[in-house]
Write a protein that binds this ligand. Structure first.
Ligand SMILES: Nc1ncnc2c1ncn2[C@@H]1O[C@H](COP(=O)(O)OP(=O)(O)O)[C@@H](O)[C@H]1O
Ligand SMILES: O=c1ccn([C@@H]2O[C@H](COP(=O)(O)OP(=O)(O)O)[C@@H](O)[C@H]2O)c(=O)[nH]1
Length: 240
């Protein structure tokens, strides 16, 4: 065994073995260390579903039970819109009110910064990315900027009837969400975007076998039972 290792070190090879968990690193001369390498890339679950499907509500429950950090792309965009001096404020406002998708460079940078900040401040590296990617531009931009830096697990897809979703969003607006898009006019556009653009992204991941689907018409606790099953199964598969 030792002569074989020495041979590898001479050729300055770094051998990844034990399924990426252990790395043999050549040091000076013939010395080496067997270094345990955790896979430290942030683990990512995308949370998708129609406006009002209950993504944010369920993410909060997942945070409490499974220790993920919840990053809502919509919330990050609303924060950026409100940030004094932001050059993107009016563009974001126009997109949100009209149910259009903000260019990926903006959203992806906000997400990357939030991932890094969370990781540095709390050490947490498990993330629920809620409401992203929503269209082909989002998907391509994410692949370019982030795919090598993270460990994508799967899409958690909340399937909910349009009637229920609309009812929930209107109720959220009436209850004072303060959102400029919880009204019938914006909702029509948001649903067009969802059907025309976001469903294609969900189907893309479905084709890769990466979608875990949740029936989301029921009350929040009932929906969470299914969510819990799906995440427990993923946990048992040692995905996180
Ligand atoms: N399962 C549910 N049944 C009824 N109302 C719900 C349910 N899940 C969420 N809501 C309510 O519907 C609105 C939209 O939920 P939210 O989680 O913000 O959805 P999304 O993030 O998908 O837009 C909120 O006011 C929320 O309290
Ligand atoms: O990655 C994203 C996420 C959100 N949005 C915009 O923000 C709005 C609200 O998104 P959010 O996820 O907060 O709400 P949802 O419509 O899912 O309830 C969307 O309609 C888009 O205009 C976007 O452009 N890119």
């Amino acid at each position: 065994m030792i002569p074989v290792l020495n041979q590898l070190l001479k050729t300055k090879l770094v051998v990844k073995c034990f399924k990426r968990h252990v790395t043999l690193s050549p040091l000076s001369g013939n010395k080496f260390i067997l270094r345990k390498m955790e896979n430290n890339k942030p683990k990512i679950i995308f949370v998708l579903g129609a406006p009002g499907a209950g993504k944010g509500t369920q993410c909060e429950k997942i945070v409490n039970s499974f220790g993920f950090k919840h990053l809502s792309a919509g919330d990050l965009l609303r924060e950026e819109r409100a940030r004094e001096g932001s050059q993107f404020g009016s563009l974001i406002e126009d997109c949100i009110t009209n149910g259009k998708i903000v260019p990926v460079e903006i959203t992806c940078s906000l997400l990357e910064n939030a991932i890094i900040k969370t990781n540095q401040e709390t050490g947490n590296n498990k993330f629920l990315i809620d409401g992203f990617p929503r269209n082909e531009d989002n998907l391509q931009g994410w692949q370019r900027q982030m795919s090598e830096k993270v460990d994508f697990l799967f899409v958690l897809f909340f399937e909910c009837s349009q009637d229920k979703c609309v009812e929930r969003c209107l109720k959220r607006g009436q209850a004072g969400s303060g959102r400029t898009d919880d009204n019938m006019e914006s909702l029509k556009k948001r649903f067009d975007t969802y059907m025309n653009d976001t469903m294609a992204i969900i189907n893309h991941y479905r084709g890769l076998g990466k979608v875990r689907q949740i029936f989301a018409n029921e009350d929040p606790e009932t929906v969470f039972k299914s969510v819990k099953n799906a995440l427990t199964e993923a946990q048992e598969q040692k995905l996180f």
